[in-house]
Design a protein around this ligand. Structure first.
Ligand SMILES: *Cc1c(COP(=O)(O)O)cnc(C)c1O
Length: 439
């Protein structure tokens, strides 16, 4: 038998064959260790999920569904897809599940293709108020091919304006009513959406891409009992591979499956399917429940610590894993703050806040979240450090009297402190040497 060697060092492996790509992956491995990752849609997947994703299942073509494929040789692939579906049903209590969408956007696309026709009215939360592009934004196909009607949040409290949702639903009689979002820090009242949508004959779709992990763990209410269709990514708070899923009532199963394949896609990504199955097994465990509760607890503490330092939180706080902040009160724009934070070793994204007077590329806010940092074990103490660092960064960036070099020096100081904290919290799935340092 051949000696066992790490795959990347094997003959023709990455290290040997393509050191250029290998070096970039290693550098990214270091970056993911060295910096505090606050992008709320990102996470650290487990070693088990990475292994399944990168497995030889990627070699197989399997257009169709288990038991009715268009290629032979599906003995193992059918098993893996059936297992992923079975676990998804168990975790979310769904009647029907499709695990083949390539990601969150294609999952939503399949809902349009399967359940309405071009030109039909569709409703969703506007991107500017925390919705997703695929919920009818005009730059997305969902806004180009359908008659998109967008609702928003209330100016006074940043919460979804259900009076507006109801009035627009009555006026436009949408075929689909989307709820859920990508920058909405509060509980989504799925039952209320279902009531409004069903009263006008709409199919109600909950997109839980961001909160799927919280829903799986029972720390955010589930839309499954209330709405007709649930779409999600698998790589955000659910902590799986990059992928998508659609869960629906049995009556929509055939239309959804047909929309995914052959409507939109060819062969599913079987390594991803296997990794989704692994992810869902993880999601069934007590550790994942504790993790998800900690995600929410951390966000709450971080929000409070930031508020105490004068940061203006959209909607005044958070119920989930995500915080949206208007940083202009601190004398910086969202764009400036995001760039400055990155130099200080803290990674987030700039984002519009509701009723933002600034353009999307230079908005007033930043969006942060706790799934990734909680996966590496950060708790309440670390949230306090984090809020303090963010405050220092804002002060440095806002100080007009500071020379560029002095700013850089100040960011470098914070970056060193951040780095020291990160060294105490190795992240799941990353590669480390025997000295504990990222490879
Ligand atoms: C992230 C996200 C998506 C899209 O997911 P991709 O995998 O990036 O295509 C869809 N809907 C919502 C609400 C999201 O947050």
């Amino acid at each position: 038998m051949q000696a066992v060697v790490a795959p990347s060092q094997a003959a023709g492996g990455l290290t040997e064959f393509d050191p250029e790509v290998e070096a970039i992956i290693r550098a990214e491995n270091k970056r993911q260790h060295n910096k505090i990752r606050l992008i709320p849609s990102e996470n650290y997947t487990s070693q088990a999920v990475l292994e399944a994703t990168g497995s030889i299942l990627t070699n197989k073509y399997s257009e169709g569904y288990a038991g009715e494929r268009y290629y032979e040789g599906q003995q193992q692939i059918d098993k893996i897809e059936e297992l992923a579906v079975k676990r998804a049903k168990a975790v979310f209590g769904a009647e029907h599940v499709n695990v083949q969408p390539y990601s969150g956007s294609p999952a939503n696309q399949a809902v349009y293709v399967g359940l309405c026709a071009p030109g039909d009215a569709v409703m969703g939360l506007s991107l500017a108020h925390g919705g997703h592009l695929t919920h009818g934004d005009k730059v997305s196909i969902s806004g180009m091919h359908y008659k998109s009607v967008q609702y928003g949040v209330r100016k006074e409290d940043g919460l979804i304006d259900f009076d507006q949702v109801e009035a627009l639903a009555k006026e436009h009689q949408p075929k689909l009513l989307f709820c859920g979002g990508t920058a909405y820090p509060r509980v989504v009242d799925f039952a209320h959406f279902a009531e409004i949508g069903h009263a006008v004959g709409a199919i109600v779709v909950a997109d839980i891409a961001h909160i799927a992990g919280l829903v799986a763990a029972g720390v955010h209410q589930s839309p499954v009992p209330h709405v007709d269709v649930v779409t999600t990514t698998t790589h955000k708070s659910l902590r799986g591979p990059r992928g998508g899923m659609i869960m629906c009532k049995a009556q929509y199963a055939a239309a959804i499956d047909k929309a995914v394949f052959p409507g939109l896609q060819g062969g599913p990504h079987n390594g991803t399917t296997a990794a989704i199955a692994v992810t869902l097994k993880e999601a069934m465990g007590v550790e994942f429940k504790a993790y998800s509760q900690q995600v929410v607890d951390n966000a709450k503490v971080l929000g409070e610590e930031l508020s105490a330092r004068g940061f203006a939180l959209s909607s005044g706080g958070t119920d989930n894993h995500l915080i949206l902040i208007d940083v202009t009160d601190k004398g910086v724009t969202g764009y400036q703050m995001a760039k400055a934070l990155d130099q200080a070793g803290i990674v987030c994204n700039f984002n519009r806040v509701p009723f933002d007077s600034r353009p999307a590329k230079r908005p007033s806010g930043i969006r942060i979240g706790t799934p990734a940092i909680t996966s590496r074990g950060f708790g309440a103490d670390e949230m306090k450090h984090l809020a303090e660092w963010m405050d220092r960064v804002a002060q440095v960036r806002a100080d007009e009297g500071k020379e560029l070099d002095d700013r850089k020096k100040a960011y470098a100081e914070i970056r060193a402190e951040v780095r020291a904290l990160c060294d105490r919290f190795p992240a799941p799935g990353l590669l480390y040497g025997e000295d504990g340092q990222p490879l």
